[in-house]
Design a protein around this ligand. Structure first.
Ligand SMILES: [Zn+2]
Length: 332
């Protein structure tokens, strides 16, 4: 099943179902030209995703030998099926930053490091154990690291008569990259801007301030001339500039909420702070969150704490086994 994007007769979207995932589906975008094609993102490494994607590619008669596969970012719901759909002749393109991060994720020390980090931020050993099998970043990732052509901010490439500019938009992942068709004023946003859910901003190994980076990347997109913004999940039913404003407001509220919690109860750890924040998990309280959602929520809480730390508003106390946070005195 596919759908044509009406604004441009050569752009199609194939909805790839993401089973049991709150994101519901991935929009795989396809640009079809007589000689070559562009496929953007893949879906998880799961049989249901593979079935939906291969059906869409078949219906559109996409020859992967004559296609470029562009991966907006390293997340498994965008890269998971790369090894399944790419042929030896497919050109795989991803940002240099996320490709390097993917390499480190395949390193045997990566997940033990992450688990220790989350333990020190207050997550119990039991829940860490449980997360190992259900975390989609681990369970549905590509089996092995594919070869890729890496791109940096501002790089361009051609597909038929169309030019695509790579726009590095770090935040959601360290190397997240949007694709911009300047002449057509079309933006493939990946997960940088989503319209009916807020993109998850979490901590990343080696990144000091993910949220600060993300907010800067929103400004970068705001400065572009965009007629049509195509998100990687769900639908776009809103003006992109209005949506950016809403996301900025959302984070301003969350930053304020995080700081208030740290001020009111000094000495909490990130997990305890996360439990006191409001989340859009309808009807569920913190203890009822499934572990994978809790993992994301703690990551998001840490990114807000990093943001406050970087701006001198709070202090991280990491001298004990479990890290805790206190607010700094305001000087006038
Ligand atoms: Zn993502």
């Amino acid at each position: 099943m596919f759908r044509q994007i009406h604004e441009n007769p050569d752009i199609y979207t194939v909805p790839v179902v993401l089973p049991n995932n709150p994101l519901k589906n991935l929009n795989c975008y396809i640009i079809k030209t007589p000689k070559e094609n562009l496929v953007i993102d893949t879906g998880f490494n799961q049989p249901e995703c593979l079935a939906a994607l291969t059906e869409g590619l078949k219906e559109l008669e996409i020859d992967m030998d004559r296609s470029t596969l562009f991966l907006t970012h390293l997340h498994s719901d965008h890269t998971g099926l790369t090894n399944h759909i790419a042929t030896a002749k497919t050109r795989i393109v991803i940002s240099d930053v996320d490709y390097n991060y993917l390499k480190t994720q395949h390193d045997e020390n990566f997940w033990p490091w992450m688990e220790e980090k989350f333990y020190r931020e207050g997550l119990s050993r039991d829940l860490i154990e449980l997360q190992r099998t259900v975390n989609p970043a681990r369970a549905y990732a590509p089996e092995y690291l594919f070869d890729a052509d890496t791109v940096s901010d501002g790089d361009t490439f051609q597909i038929g008569d169309y030019t695509f500019r790579c726009l590095w938009t770090p935040g959601h992942t360290p190397g997240h990259t949007c694709l911009y068709m300047e002449k057509e004023k079309i933006l493939f946003c990946g997960d940088h801007i989503l319209f009916d859910i807020t993109p998850n901003i979490t901590m990343w190994r080696g990144v000091e301030d993910s949220l600060g980076n993300y907010l800067e990347s929103l400004k970068k997109i705001k400065a572009l001339d965009i007629r049509l913004a195509l998100p990687a999940h769900r639908k776009n039913d809103m003006d992109v500039y209005e949506r950016i404003r809403q996301i900025e407001e959302h984070h301003a509220r969350r930053i304020h909420q995080t700081l208030s919690i740290v001020r009111e109860e000094p000495g909490l750890n990130a997990c305890q702070i996360g439990a006191r924040m409001t989340w859009s998990m309808r009807g569920k309280n913190w203890d009822e969150f499934p572990i994978q959602q809790k993992w994301f929520a703690i990551g998001e809480t840490i990114s807000h704490l990093d943001y406050l730390m970087k701006r001198g508003l709070i202090t991280r106390h990491d001298e004990k086994e479990i890290i805790c946070y206190t607010a700094n005195q305001m000087t006038n």
